[in-house]
Design a protein around this ligand. Structure first.
Ligand code: UN1
Length: 510
């Protein structure tokens, strides 16, 4: 029996339209190899159509009062809630994370849209005193314009939701280029959000590659900002292209996130956290725990507990409820991760558990790897480069200072964690760890959406997604001076004379 696979073009003005180029790519289930859908290979002409529509959408959307925009976002959240199971299952099928994580990711999108809906009634500016009498000063936030977003495959729903939720409440129209590995999740997400009643042109999506779609999007003269989440190499290109146009580029890049374990920690709780942090989503999170930095006294015990626990993890089709860890996204990713395991061994690392590719039987059509833990030394490639897979590097350290210096000794700085029951050390670690997110007694993953998300060093360019700072990415601040004195008043004039004049004026009025 031949199963018909659905074909998608580009999404503009609230509907799917044919791409100007009649070529398609397939999106696959990474656990089974099943073809899920076919998507148009978008191109610069499609991008131009989408951005033109976004220009029209922007002209309308920015004039809708922000609290009213919030109502539409809330409707989108409720629609996502209604379809949570369907969309969660789709995430599992197309991205390969286990069902509970697929649904969890959709919940993150729902929560964020609800949070941003409320932002429509805040969007605070400042009011300040003026230097001059009868004058009022304030700041207001205005939307940047049509904005482009380029999103990764590891969170195919929630990362688009962070970017879109913030941009939409701010009053921007958006053009989304989703990852080529997960366009179906993005397509369904865009449909469900759009159904809430956004005016035509506010939301568009163009599938396709970085060079065919991403680059024309960054370079389109009407695009006012780009928000990108992905790898460092691509991020550097996106930044360079955006810099040439002098537009704002928000980058959310890699990580090499450490969990520090001090001797005084409770090892069972550490093991729970490390399993979740390192092997949740098969280690394919920017926030994944990829380094375990353990103080000498805790080392033996923790390795024993962890090895036993890792060996019990069930790897398989993530749609089966009893599976703990699914596949990695595609063949290329699998080869690269296996390559890293090899490098780890060659540079003297010792595989404590795992390390093998899983083949045959249920694994024969998918991209499966054993959850792997390798003992290594700080400075080795596997302990400093982002692997983006189920590989945990373990490094032994002497004491707290040693642990902090190892933790900070990489180019990344997204998330970090320390397990200790010593409150003084915990607070010191908060200050000393170079990362945008720090957890105490919890692993490096699982950020909550109402706090800012982002990193330092090569992880990003300084801005933060999610949380109270999310709308900064998509708004311009305008400073406003309102003079109601009925005369020309000049700022920055000699204080002494001004003070005298004003005193005389007030005395006369009295
Ligand atoms: C990512 O990996 O790019 O904190 C995002 C977490 C998730 C988001 C991760 N809430 O692990």
């Amino acid at each position: 029996m031949v199963r018909m696979v659905k074909e998608f073009g580009i999404f503009i003005n609230g509907q799917w339209t044919e791409s100007s180029r009649n070529e398609f790519f397939e999106t696959l289930n990474p656990a089974t190899g099943e073809v899920l859908a076919r998507f148009a290979r978008g191109n610069a002409r499609d991008v131009d159509l989408a951005v033109r529509s976004a220009e029209k959408g922007f002209r309308v959307w920015k004039e809708i009062p922000a609290p009213m925009r919030g109502e539409v976002l809330l409707k989108a959240a409720l629609n996502l809630e209604k379809h949570k199971d369907e969309l969660g299952l789709l995430v599992t099928k197309e991205m390969g994370k286990i069902l509970s994580e697929g649904k969890g990711e959709v919940q993150e999108a729902i929560d964020f849209f609800k949070y941003m809906a409320g932002e429509g009634r805040r969007m605070f500016g400042e009011t300040t005193p003026s230097e001059l009498p009868d004058k009022f000063n304030m700041t207001v936030r205005l939307p940047k314009g049509p904005v482009g977003m380029i999103t990764p495959w590891n969170f195919p729903v929630s990362i688009p939701s962070w970017k879109m939720g913030a941009a939409l409440i701010a009053g921007c129209s958006i053009v989304l280029k989703p990852a080529t590995d997960t366009p179906l999740c993005a397509a369904r997400f865009v449909e469900l959000v759009d159904e809430a009643g956004f005016p035509p042109g506010v939301i568009s999506m163009v599938p396709g590659s970085g060079s065919d779609v991403g680059s024309p999007l960054i370079n389109h003269p009407s695009i006012r900002a780009i928000s990108f989440t992905g790898g460092v190499a691509t991020g550097r290109e996106v930044y360079t292209e955006g810099a040439k146009r002098l537009i704002q580029v928000h980058l959310e890049l890699g990580g090499k996130n450490p969990v520090i374990v001090m001797d005084d920690a409770n090892m069972d709780i550490v093991a729970d956290g490390v399993l979740f942090g390192a092997f949740g989503t098969s280690g394919q999170r920017c926030t994944a725990t990829s380094r375990l930095i353990v103080q000498e006294g805790a080392y033996r015990k923790l390795m024993d507990v962890l090895t036993a626990r890792i060996e019990k993890l069930k790897v398989g089709n993530p749609a089966d409820v009893d599976v703990d860890m699914g596949p990695v996204i595609n063949r290329k990713a699998k080869d690269s991760i296996m390559g890293y395991i090899d490098i780890g061994k060659k540079e003297g690392g010792k595989v404590l558990t795992g390390g093998e590719s899983l083949e045959g039987g249920v694994y024969s059509r998918g991209n499966f790897i054993q959850p792997t833990m390798i003992e290594t030394k700080h400075g080795s490639r596997i302990s400093t480069e982002e692997i983006f897979g189920p590989v945990l590097s373990v490094i032994r350290v002497r004491d707290f200072d040693d642990a902090i210096s190892v933790a900070n000794g990489v180019q990344y700085g997204l998330s970090s964690a320390i397990y200790t029951r010593d409150v003084n050390r915990a607070f010191k670690a908060i200050r000393l760890l170079e990362s945008g997110i720090t957890y105490i007694n919890a692993p490096t993953i699982g950020a909550e959406i109402h706090l800012p998300f982002g990193g330092v060093k090569s992880t990003g360019t300084g801005g933060r997604e999610a949380g109270s700072s999310a709308i900064e990415e998509f708004t311009e601040l305008k400073s406003v001076f309102i003079d109601y004195s009925d005369r020309l008043q000049k700022a920055q004039i000699d204080t002494e004379s001004r003070l005298r004049e004003r005193t005389e004026e007030v005395e006369k009025q009295a």
